[in-house]
Design a protein around this ligand. Structure first.
Ligand code: IPT
Length: 958
């Protein structure tokens, strides 16, 4: 209700959020990206009903992928990823905006450089992809504190409620981020944003409706006009429209395979969401997050297994299942996962790589999952009746193991048949036929010749009773990938699994002229029904020309590999299809020139179904010589990529630091950790100060403590407790003598003989790793779990109190390095002294070779420089591999040109290859690699072998 009021609209109950818009003029730059860009002339409407979203009154099947710019600190690569998504048929990208990434301190917000969300949104507009904006305030996302900034963890009020301090802070964030989002709304004709999410999976336990409503009101007050939604954790019916705190649209999430990738062949059944229709019948079925991969924890099985658990077979069965359920908005989380660089990860669930087993790998390489998404993405885009369907009855297959669900468009009567195993986890190979009755008559047995095969984990979405361009599509047992009118003919690209039989039936007034241009295709004319029946086996790319409709049809029948190698682009001169390259990222037409851009992985053919006006073809700006084939396509040849050669990393220098351990280290400039009260729900033991790092403004990375005391001489030990987060560690020294190390929790360190200085000043020095703050998934303030020391006392005799000093990252909340930002650095001596940075004068450091052993426990650094001379381009992707015996116990922070690109634990893993975000690497020039290594006293510290890897030519996950 408030929403409508805020918009100043009087809206009938039926059309909840028809957003009325005032036309406005925009001055667009004549950038070369304009051709693909979303139309920005004047205003647009975004509306919906129970079937689908509608843009300017036209139904849209929203096919969206999740992408996080903050996990790709390389603005040039944002365009690469968004173009790859668009090229696969995505019409939308869903983006979380991470509050903590933009705000190091209350009241301080940074939207520059790698934080330039204006640029993200402008690139999305230029690429021509809609944006689903998800600014939180809470986002979860396996990131530190679920997206809450470090400074928020010290608040008294309960997060995600109307507690005044929390709510005020949330509104502060929304005001800042909304100011930018508001100027990129599609409704105003200024940008790509079509939908906006309030909160995130705010679904468990006690829910504060006033809080949700306050967020809605804030978004509207900030000028957000697009429809609002919330993503329910599962279809539980939370936050339905029309309730207090309910946004405009209902949406839910689904991760049916879960997040343990250890047994990727073991599946859970695919959900059938039809039962959820009653939850919000007047809004379309919107799956705001559906499993696109899985996260993987420290010591986990690794992302190759997640890639398998959620592979192309999973995508086909589960995503088509969602289509059959009636979903017309689907967003796949993640489609490109990226890198949780620096201290971005939530410690309990992820390490540096956030590859997620996604369709586009962390290295931005495409996978078979990408190909599968492309087959489906092109389909939902091309076959428009899909965005308005009712449930039809199941068809009875001749094989009881197969279930055929149907959806029917009530206007066109087009039928969609989902053919898959009833047990969606089945790996059996089954054959079937089925009866079909539809607008074009009744068929007792489909296919009429042979059988349809479901080979294990596959699902087919078949189309019957459809006006495909100027042709009548009676049915096909091949799936439609896309179709378009190109020049004077229709071109249809259909596909099936390699080796399987297919049957396609088209209807014509009289027997058409059929020319099989390539492949083994049998044509039969059924004069009674006036059906042309084609039978074939999917193999390579068969081509059939059919003349008999209002326009000729060029039917392209692809197998698995040929459909993967096919691309479609829409240009100012109409649609273009291409076949051959690894990627066709973009196509534009300038007069008679067709300018394609893309990538190859090897030399090969480029075939183009181009608008007839095309006389010249450019590939990445260079002319391609083409010949016209008998079927009217243009055929050219593309070269493979130039080989990349990467230098060996040989010239290393090494230096041990850890001066803080020494009794005479000067900590005068450090902050006194002497607070006696805290808002934190966890209180320190009676009589002890609050030592939590966050209380003193040190929110990320390692923190040093120095506790001073005058010894009685009776002290025998130091009892410490630290909360580090999963896999974190801490180590202690007394007067420079190493006491030992521990993981998360309490540890009693005994004082070795001779270490104590009776009747004198003594110093306990403790280095505590903060692996990151917990998420707040259950909104129980779990992100406030303290980090750093939580208690410290001496054991023995009268046990004097300790007077503490603390030092974390340089500047605390007043970042010393705002460009790299709050998550880049913690408080190691070397980090504070610039050892991680390029240009640091390390010439006086001793030389070393790798692998190296560092016998002294604590922190030592390894630095090297390397020069690259590799071809520049969006496809460049270089990684760093660490090779060592996993029994050695050390952990690393890896800095490339000062950027913390990864954290590595040699004895935990699983990550051993680190993607270096291309934008922070000089691909032609000199680079600095600085590695901080934290070793124990077992003599296994140091650093193993380190090498550069060309991730474009190497297969597999980091
Ligand atoms: C859901 C979150 O909304 C999202 O932020 C992310 O954490 C994702 O899942 C998992 O990667 S939470 C899920 C456990 C339902």
């Amino acid at each position: 209700m408030n929403v409508r009021k805020a918009l100043g609209l009087s809206v009938s109950a039926a059309s909840v959020a028809a957003i009325a818009l005032t036309a406005c003029s925009t001055t667009e730059d004549a950038s070369t990206h304009e051709q693909a860009a979303l139309s920005t002339a004047g205003g647009h409407t975004i509306d919906y009903d129970g079937y689908s979203l509608k843009i300017d009154g036209k139904r849209l099947y929203v096919w969206s992928g999740e992408f996080h710019y903050w996990r790709l600190p390389s603005p040039d690569s944002w365009r690469d990823v968004l173009q790859k998504m668009k090229a696969a048929g995505f019409n939308a990208v869903s983006i979380y905006f991470d509050w903590g990434f933009h705000s190091p301190k209350q009241g301080v917000y940074d939207f520059n450089g790698i934080r330039d969300i204006d640029a993200v949104l402008e690139i999305a507009r230029e690429v021509g992809i809609y944006v689903i904006a998800r600014p939180g305030p809470y986002i979860n996302a396996e990131t530190d504190a679920g997206g809450f900034p470090g400074w928020l963890v010290t608040q008294a009020g309960k997060a995600r409620t109307t507690a005044p301090d929390y709510l005020e802070a949330s509104k502060e964030w929304l005001r800042h981020v909304d100011a930018i989002l508001a100027r990129h709304q599609f409704t105003d004709g200024h940008g790509p944003i079509i939908l906006y999410q309030i909160e995130n999976e705010y679904s468990n336990g006690a829910l504060d409706a006033q809080y949700m409503q306050a967020l809605i009101d804030q978004a509207r007050a900030d000028g957000i006009k697009v429809p609002l939604f919330h993503n329910d954790v599962w279809p539980a019916g939370n936050w339905k429209p029309g309730t207090l705190g309910g946004p405009n649209m209902y949406a839910f999430d689904g991760y049916p395979q879960g997040f343990d990738c250890s047994n990727p062949e073991t599946w859970k059944p695919a959900p059938d969401f039809r039962w959820t229709r009653g939850l919000s019948p007047n809004t379309p079925m919107f799956i705001a997050e559906f499993q696109g991969g899985a996260f993987d924890p420290w010591g986990g099985p690794g992302f190759d297994k997640c890639q398998k658990l959620t592979g192309p077979d999973f995508e086909s069965i589960f995503y088509k299942g969602n289509i059959a359920s009636g979903a017309t908005l689907q967003n796949f989380y993640m489609t490109f996962g990226g890198t949780s660089w620096g201290w971005l990860p939530d410690p309990g669930v992820v390490y540096t790589s956030y590859d997620y087993g996604s369709a586009i790998r962390e290295s931005r390489q495409l996978t078979a999952k990408y190909d599968q998404l492309k087959r489906m993405g092109y389909f939902v885009h091309a076959v428009e009746p899909l965005s308005k369907t009712d449930y039809g009855p199941d068809l009875t297959a001749s094989n009881a193991k197969i279930r055929i669900r149907t959806n029917v468009n009530p206007d066109t009567k087009t039928q969609f048949l989902l053919v898959a195993h009833a047990d969606t986890t089945s790996t059996a190979r089954d054959q079937l036929t089925f009866p079909l009755s539809g607008p074009d008559g009744t068929y007792a047995t489909v296919p009429q010749s042979g059988t349809l095969e479901i080979a294990g984990r596959e699902a087919k979405m078949l189309v019957a009773g459809y006006d495909l361009g100027a042709q009548r599509w009676v049915y096909s047992t091949s799936e439609i990938m896309t179709h378009a009118r190109i020049g004077a003919r229709d071109v249809a690209l259909i596909h099936g699994t390699t080796g399987q039989e297919g049957e396609t039936v088209l209807r014509y007034a009289a027997a058409p002229k059929v020319t099989v241009e390539s492949g083994d295709v049998t044509a039969t004319w059924d004069a009674d029904r006036k059906d042309l029946r084609l039978n074939y086996r999917h193999s390579g790319l068969a081509r059939v020309r059919i003349e008999g409709g209002a326009r000729p049809l060029e039917l392209l029948i692809a197998d698995t590999a040929s459909s993967a190698a096919s691309w479609r682009q829409d240009t100012a001169a109409g649609p273009v299809l291409e076949r051959g390259p690894y990627l066709v990222r973009d196509a534009r037409v300038f007069g008679s020139t067709l300018a394609l851009s893309g990538e190859t992985r090897e030399a090969g053919e480029l075939e183009i179904w181009a608008p007839p006006s095309t006389a010249t073809v450019l590939w990445n700006g260079r002319p391609v010589r083409t010949t016209r084939t008998p079927s009217g396509t243009l055929l050219g040849h593309l070269d493979g990529p130039a080989p990349v050669s990467l230098p060996e990393l040989t010239q290393w220098r090494h230096r041990y630091e850890t001066p803080e351990r020494a009794p005479d280290f000067d900590d005068a400039s450090w902050v006194a950790a002497n607070r006696t009260t805290t808002n934190n729900p966890t209180k320190p033991p009676a009589g002890q100060p609050v030592l939590y790092a966050d209380e003193y403004g040190f929110h990320h990375g390692d923190v040093w403590y120095r506790g001073h005391f005058r010894a009685t001489g009776a002290e025998t030990g130091v009892s410490l407790s630290a909360t580090t987060g999963t896999q974190g560690k801490y180590a202690a020294w007394l007067n420079g003598v190493y006491l030992g190390a521990s993981g998360n929790g309490a540890h009693a360190f005994s004082i070795p003989a001779g270490a104590l200085r009776p009747s004198a000043d003594n110093v306990v020095a403790v280095l505590v790793e903060n692996m990151g703050h917990n998420q707040d998934w259950n909104h129980n303030d779990s992100h406030k779990e303290p980090r750093g020391l939580t208690s410290a006392s001496l054991v023995g005799g009268a046990a004097p109190a300790l007077a503490w000093k603390i030092q974390g990252n340089l500047g605390g909340e007043d970042l010393a390095d705002p460009v790299r930002g709050p998550f880049n650095n913690g408080g190691l001596f070397g980090e504070r002294a610039g050892w991680s940075l390029p240009g640091y004068p390390d010439r006086d450091w001793p030389k070393t070779t790798l692998p190296a052993t560092e016998p002294t426990p604590g922190i030592s650094w390894y630095r090297t420089e390397f020069s690259l001379n590799v071809p520049q381009g969006p496809e460049t992707s270089i990684g760093l591999r660490i090779t060592d015996d996993p029994k050695r116990r050390y952990r690393l922070q890896i800095f490339v040109n000062g950027w913390n690109i990864g954290r590595y634990i040699n004895d935990v893993g699983p990550q051993r290859v680190f993607v270096i975000p291309t934008g922070i690497l000089r691909t032609r020039g000199s680079n600095t690699l600085a590695v901080a290594s934290w070793g124990d006293d077992d003599g296994t510290g140091g650093l193993g072998h380190v090498s550069l890897v060309d991730l474009v030519s190497s297969a597999g996950a980091p």
